[in-house]
Structure formats: structure tokens, C-alpha cells
Design a protein around this ligand. Structure first.
Ligand code: DP6
Length: 427
């Protein structure tokens, strides 16, 4: 008998009940008794980097890390998950392409969310599955930015998957464990503002969780510029890269044990006190140390290219000219630069980037995202920049700010899956 599920009041209209939450829309036509949910999740950029696992299977890190959540107006993943008694297998589509649902990390997320759902409903592992848990799931996910370009697409992607599946299966509470199983840094995308991922000590990873240290409204002057140097897929993925680093780099071991613990405290203070001078310096130092551990890896890994290094030089020249830290860079496992600055400096720094990396023909598309007023560089600053201009080396800039965590979209038109449970052509 098709029992009505009651264990998730207010969130689960699964089996034919009217939903009190318009975000959880019943699917139309033959599948009208099933559930579909669409959510979005943000990208995060680490200012104290995660690099290295102590447990590959559970994705437990060798050090804690801290990140800034970027605004979803500019960068986000959107994910729709639907469950139905009519689906015969779990299926997933990423940016319109069907992917292998058997990928171990995807499987780990699905297993984990179903385990949590079962636990929440009081069913032991041996009990018969509640009905909706026995249903197969279809998932469709899209990014509004280049995938695997070093822009943390996997973080936003797995955070969005965890958050959306949690809604579908009626799981509440912290989802760090689910997101982390997809990609370590994804657990930090579960929250807005400023987020730490505590490495934890337990062997089972129960205390390896993400936690917000300050909300997105905490430091409104803080601005973020992403200098897209190369939107191609990166060569050495983070997973493989950090594995080799753990195996071969003594610098990484030293960093994890003796450097990061203090830096976590100091970075938390910088953020809490909105101390941009110290924040900027520590952000740059931590990025540099992460890339130093990559070079200390054997064989060495280099994610930065000549343009990345020219951006580093530009930032230091800019700061030296001003006699203080006006801008900071950080780089993940790719050549794109993420710049932190304050709102009073954005216009001048963008003008400096235009000066040093003159845009190609599509000059009007050079700046995307938040508006930046034009600024004129002084001759002194131009002279101080001392960087040989590199035409078109920076492809474009995304101008953004600190933003909120995942959101549920409450309009049924946004679903990426149609009533037949397959990706819609016109989402
Ligand atoms: C350089 O989270 O992508 O961006 O856990 O293997 O999926 P896996 O790695 P991932 O690594 C991110 C590394 C980083 C630094 C950071 O985001 O902290």
C-alpha cells in the first residue's frame, strides 16, 4: 500500500498532499504525485587553502580552511532534483550532458543523503525503506560560469547537489558531510559570508564540518574581482594534485601542522575586525604558500602561468605605490586570479588591469557583473605599475561581492527537469 509519508512535516508533499511550501512543486501530468525541487548554490574562494587529505574515502583534510562565499548574482550552480516512482534508475545531467551516475563521489553523496533521511525518520539501517527513499532520483545541474576553469565549480556543484537532495529527501541540519563527500571545498559553499571548514579530529569525520564565522552583510565594503586568464579545463585536477603533494611534499606537512592553525585564528580575527591590511597580506601569503607546496610536490605542479605572475606583480606594484595593502590576490588550482579589494579602490584597480592587460576587440564585454565606474590612472601610478602590457592576456573580469548561501527557488518555471523527468530544452 502506498503509505502517506508524515515524517517531514511542512517539507514533503511527496505522496499527493498539497504542499505548504511552494518551492516543492508537485510535477505535472502522470507524475503529479512526485516531488521536484530546484536550488542554487554559490562558489567559494579560500583565503586559507585546503590542500591534502588525511582520509581519501571520507574526504577529511589535513588542515582547516577558510573561505569567502561569492555572490550568486554573478556565479552560481542551479540544480533540480526530482524523485518519482516511475523512474527506474538514478540519472544525472551536468550542463545538459548526461553523466555517469556511477561516479564514486556522486554515489557517496546519494548514499549519504539517503542514510541521513532514513536516520531522521527513525528507521534503522535494516528497516524497510520509507517509500520516497526507494524512489530513484533524476538530477540536472547547470553552472552560469565555465566548469573546471579553476573557479571552484565542483564546490558550488556538490553543495547544490547536497542542498537540493536534502530538500527532496527531507533531511535537515548540517550537510557538510554530504557535500564534502562530493568535493572537500563544497562544504564551505553551504553557507554565505565567511566560512571555516574545521578539519576535525575524529576518524569518522563527524566533526569535520563547515561553519559560518560571519554573515554576508558583515563587511559590505569588501569586493571581489575574478580575472579570467584561461577558461579552459585545468590540467592537474585538485584531487590528484593534492594526493601527490601529500605523498611527496615535506613543505605541505609543515604547512598543515605548523602554519595553518595560527593562520586560521589570525584570518578569523582579520575578518571579524574588518582589518583589510592584515586580511590582504595573509590572503596573499597563504595563496603563495599553497603554490609553493605545489612546486615542492614531486613531480612539481604549477597552476600559475605568466599572466598569473604578471597579476601578482601588478598587485604588489599597486600596493607599493599606495604605501598600503589596497588589493590582494589569491589563486586556486588554476591560473585565474581572484582579487579582494574595498569598494573605494575597485575603479582604480580595474583601470590598472585595463592598462596592464589591454582588452581584445570585445572591450565592452571585458567587465561582467557589478558595475565599476571608469577611472583615470595618474601618471605616477602608470609609471609605478612597471608591468609590460600584455594585450588580451586577461580575457575578462567578473566583478562581484560576498554573498549568501544556497537558496531554494520557489517558482516552478525554474525547474531544469520537465514533467517527464528529463532535462527541459527551454529552462
Ligand atoms: C586549491 O575541494 O576541489 O581550491 O576534495 O579532492 O574535491 P577535492 O578537492 P577540492 O580542492 C580545492 C582546493 C583549492 C583550495 C580550497 O578551495 O581550499
Amino acid at each position: 500500500m502506498a503509505a502517506r509519508e508524515t515524517a517531514n512535516p511542512g517539507r514533503e508533499p511527496v505522496l499527493g498532499s498539497a504542499t505548504p511550501d511552494s518551492s516543492l512543486s508537485a510535477m505535472a501530468s502522470e507524475t503529479s504525485q512526485d516531488l521536484v525541487v530546484t536550488c542554487t548554490a554559490p562558489v567559494n574562494i579560500a583565503v586559507i587553502k585546503y590542500w591534502g587529505k588525511r582520509d581519501e574515502a571520507l574526504i577529511l583534510p589535513i588542515n582547516s580552511s577558510l573561505s569567502v562565499t561569492l555572490h550568486q548574482d554573478q556565479l552560481k550552480t542551479t540544480t533540480t532534483a526530482a524523485i518519482s516512482r516511475h523512474f527506474t534508475e538514478d540519472r544525472i545531467w551536468l550542463n545538459g550532458q548526461e553523466e555517469d551516475v556511477g561516479q564514486p563521489r556522486l554515489q557517496a553523496c546519494l548514499r549519504e543523503i539517503r542514510r541521513l533521511a532514513r536516520k531522521r525518520r527513525g528507521g534503522g539501517d535494516g528497516d524497510a525503506l520509507p517509500l520516497s527513499l526507494s524512489y530513484k532520483v533524476h538530477v540536472a545541474s547547470v553552472n552560469n560560469f565555465p566548469t573546471a576553469a579553476g573557479l571552484a565549480s565542483s564546490a558550488a556543484g556538490y553543495a547544490c547537489l547536497a542542498y537540493t537532495l536534502a530538500r527532496v529527501y527531507g533531511v535537515e541540519g548540517d550537510l557538510s558531510e554530504v557535500a564534502r563527500r562530493g568535493s572537500g571545498s563544497a562544504c564551505r559553499s553551504l553557507y554565505g559570508g565567511f566560512v571555516e571548514w574545521q578539519m576535525g579530529e575524529k576518524a569518522d569525520g563527524k566533526d569535520s564540518i563547515a561553519r559560518q564565522i560571519a554573515p554576508e552583510c558583515h563587511w559590505p565594503q569588501l569586493r571581489v574581482l575574478i580575472l579570467v586568464v584561461n577558461a579552459e579545463k585545468k590540467h592537474t585536477g585538485s584531487t590528484v594534485g593534492m594526493q601527490t603533494s601529500v605523498e611527496t611534499s615535506t613543505l605541505l606537512k609543515f604547512r598543515a601542522e605548523s602554519v595553518v592553525p595560527e593562520r586560521m585564528k589570525e584570518m578569523t580575527r582579520c575578518i571579524q575586525e574588518r582589518d583589510f591590511q592584515a586580511f590582504a597580506q595573509l590572503t596573499m601569503k597563504d595563496s603563495n604558500q599553497f603554490h609553493a607546496t605545489c612546486l615542492d610536490t614531486f613531480p612539481p605542479i604549477s597552476y600559475l602561468n605568466d599572466t598569473s605572475r604578471a597579476v601578482i606583480q601588478l598587485v604588489h606594484c599597486f600596493n607599493t605605490h599606495h604605501g598600503q595593502m589596497k588589493v590582494a590576490y589569491t589563486f586556486d588550482a588554476g591560473p585565474n586570479a581572484v582579487i579582494f579589494t574595498l569598494d573605494d579602490t575597485v575603479a582604480e584597480f580595474v583601470a590598472a588591469v585595463r592598462h596592464s592587460f589591454p582588452p581584445a576587440a570585445n572591450g565592452d564585454k571585458f567587465l561582467k557583473g557589478l558595475q565599476v565606474s571608469p577611472a583615470v590612472l595618474s601618471d605616477e601610478l602608470k609609471a609605478a605599475l612597471a608591468v609590460e602590457p600584455r594585450p588580451a592576456a586577461v580575457k575578462y573580469i567578473i566583478s562581484t561581492q560576498v554573498g549568501p548561501g544556497p537558496q531554494v527557488l520557489d517558482n516552478s518555471h525554474v525547474h531544469l527537469l520537465g514533467p517527464d523527468g528529463l532535462p527541459r530544452r527551454d529552462p
